[in-house]
Design a protein around this ligand. Structure first.
Ligand code: LIP
Length: 251
C-alpha cells in the first residue's frame, strides 16, 4: 500500500515542482507575510493547494497538515505532512535552492517520504523499510567518522532564539569540521545528508513539515536523527541529523 501512497506523493510533488519552476522569476510575487527573518508567499498557498488537491483527490479519507494549513479528514489514521516550498526566502529572492517536501504518517509513524528539488530535477523517494532512492538509485549516508574531514550544514531558523542557537552551533562546529555550509532549505539539507553529500545537518528550530520526509529518508539511508520536541503539539523540533558516525548527539 505504501507504494501506492508514494506514487501519489511523487505525482503531487512533480505538479508543485512544475508550478514553482514556472513562477520562480515572476516579478512582484505576492507576499502574504514578511517578518524580520522570514517571508510567506501566496505561491506557498497555491503550491500547497495543488498538492492537497492531488493527495486528497486520490485519498479523500486522509488528513493533511501543511505549512499553509490543514485539510482533509481530521483525526484520520493517515496524515500527509506537506511543505509546499521549503526555502521560501530563497524562492522569493530567486535563489534556485528550494524543495517540495511531502511525507505520510500512519498512526503517527512515518511511512512515505518525497523531496523534490525542481531546479535540479532531483527526486528523493522512500518508503518505510527502504530503500532510500535518488532518481531511482539507492543512496547511503557518508562514511566519514572524523569531524575534521566533514562538510556540515547549519540552519539558522527564523526566530531570535533559533538564530542565537544557530550561531552557537556554527561557532562550535566551524573550527572542528572541514567546512560549514548554510543553504536555506532544511528539506534539501536532510536529503543531502541521506545522499552522503553532507555529513550532518543541524538546526535548532524546525517545523514538522520541514523535516518529516527527510527524517525517514535519512533513517532508511543508514543515518541517524536526533530530535527534541520544542512544542507540546510536537510540531517544532531541534534537529541533529548525521551519518550516524559522528559525535553530534543532542545535549
Ligand atoms: C525554512 C527551512 C530552513 C529554516 C527557515 C525556514 P520554509 O523552511 O527549510 O532551514 O532555516 O527558517 O523554516 O519556511 O522556507 O518552508
Amino acid at each position: 500500500m505504501n507504494e501506492i501512497f508514494l506514487k501519489t506523493a511523487v505525482e503531487a510533488a512533480q505538479l508543485a515542482g512544475q508550478f514553482l519552476r514556472e513562477n520562480l522569476y515572476l516579478s512582484g510575487k505576492q507576499v502574504n507575510e514578511a517578518t524580520k527573518h522570514d517571508i510567506k508567499l501566496e505561491l506557498d498557498v497555491r503550491s500547497q493547494d495543488l498538492i492537497t488537491k492531488h493527495l486528497l483527490g486520490a485519498h479523500p479519507e486522509h488528513a493533511l497538515l501543511g505549512e499553509e494549513g490543514t485539510a482533509g479528514k481530521a483525526g484520520s489514521e493517515f496524515e500527509w505532512i506537506v511543505d509546499p516550498i521549503d526555502g521560501t526566502v530563497n524562492y522569493f529572492y530567486e535563489i534556485p535552492h528550494f524543495a517540495v517536501s511531502i511525507a505520510l504518517r500512519k498512526a503517527g509513524e512515518l511511512q512515505v517520504g518525497v523531496i523534490l528539488d525542481p531546479m535540479l530535477n532531483e527526486l528523493w523517494t522512500v518508503c518505510k523499510g527502504g530503500p532510500a532512492l535518488l532518481n531511482g538509485t539507492p543512496i547511503r549516508v557518508s562514511e566519514r567518522t572524523e569531524l575534521k574531514d566533514c562538510a556540515i550544514s547549519v540552519g539558522f531558523s527564523k526566530t531570535a532564539s533559533g538564530m542565537e542557537a544557530g550561531f552557537r552551533n556554527f561557532q562550535s562546529l566551524a573550527f572542528q569540521v572541514r567546512k560549514i555550509r548554510m543553504f536555506g532549505s532544511a528539506a534539501l539539507g536532510l536529503a543531502w545528508v541521506a545522499s552522503g553529500r553532507l555529513d550532518a545537518y543541524v538546526e535548532e528550530a524546525l517545523s514538522l513539515w520541514d523535516i518529516a520526509a527527510g527524517v525517514l529518508l535519512i533513517r532508511e539511508a543508514g543515518g541517524r536523527i536526533d530530535m527534541k520536541a520544542l512544542s507540546e503539539d510536537e510540531t517544532h523540533f531541534r534537529v541533529r541529523a548525521s551519518n550516524g558516525r559522528l559525535p553530534l548527539e543532542l545535549d
